[in-house]
Design a protein around this ligand. Sequence first.
Ligand SMILES: NC(=O)c1ccc[n+]([C@@H]2O[C@H](COP(=O)([O-])OP(=O)(O)OC[C@H]3O[C@@H](n4cnc5c(N)ncnc54)[C@H](OP(=O)(O)O)[C@@H]3O)[C@@H](O)[C@H]2O)c1
Length: 342
Amino acid sequence: MDYQPLDHRYDKMIYRRCGQSGLHLPAISLGMWHNFGDDHPHSNKQAICRKAFDLGITHFDLANNYGPPPGSAELAFGRILKEDFRGYRDEMIISSKAGYNMWPGPYGEWGSRKYLISSCDQSLKRLGLDYVDIFYSHRFDPNTPLEETMEALDHIVRSGRALYVGISSYNTQRTREAYKILKRLGTPFIIHQPSYSMLNRWVEKDNLLDTLDDLRIGSIVFSPLAQGMLTQKYLGGIPEDSRANQNKSLRPQFLSEENIENIRQLNRIAESRGQSLAQMAIAWVLRSEKVTSALIGASKVSQVEDCVAALSNLTFTQDELKEIDRYAKDGDINIWTQSAEL
Ligand SMILES: NC(=O)c1ccc[n+]([C@@H]2O[C@H](COP(=O)([O-])OP(=O)(O)OC[C@H]3O[C@@H](n4cnc5c(N)ncnc54)[C@H](OP(=O)(O)O)[C@@H]3O)[C@@H](O)[C@H]2O)c1
């Protein structure tokens, strides 16, 4: 059936300015790392995107390698754009990235000019778009001069393939270096995409959020639910239809007794606030305006609805924050540390 977006789709969503740019992002954005590959039915992907757009989520995040197989999430979203969102492109912010392994041989990953530009072209083809709104360097490459990677991002904008650029999982030092180069080039570098959640607080230790605030660069934090751990779903074991049961990125050792006990206590605090744990986890990353957007994933329409309802309570008392700090402990779940340490 033809999709008609809801007229009141912008009434409840909160939009935050991305750094000092002119771009506003929804406080909650939707990513397609999981659940958008060929291993999931198209009807579910379509239903999730429709619901997200109807709830005011205007930002959809992709990368060349999202699937499985790599590239299939962009193909799926390209089909959704064509079938459902034709006529709404200008109401949407679509991002993609290159950095991780995408095709065989020496030009299929990391940060060379060769890889970034050809990967961006491939992404545009899969998405059926002339340009993406944001294009990211997905990870820092220790073996390519940073100038080369940043100049490739600059070229991607100047050639009309993207409107803005960002970097992902770069640590504070590398972020400052990238900023300096992009500033000199005059590239619209407006956003950083790091992981951040109550169980993964590396951005605080690395001072990254303060640095971005200082540089007036926006931040969109990914996996705010720790891949689903910051929900009630693992408190009674591993459900069959959950990510932990798929032998993918949520490794069994992440569900350690210590982490589960901390999650149980965080769930108790969420209940006392009248929120689901997922909602409190999202509110917690958004508690400071230093975070522009919380970048969630979803396997079901109901999850998108539950997550967006977090926006009705984003404030915390000092006592609540103190109590949360007792249990919001690093759970050794940051699988992106390697790129942040470089
Ligand atoms: N830049 C990078 O290197 C990088 C890396 C990772 C992710 N990302 C981006 O961030 C996006 C989000 O990552 P993520 O999927 O790990 O985020 P997440 O929001 O932490 O986890 C999403 C998962 O949590 C569960 N979930 C979501 N809402 C729920 C709710 N209300 N109640 C119960 N369970 C709920 C679902 O798990 P089930 O599937 O088990 O139902 C869902 O698949 C990605 O799609 C991608 O765009 C970027």
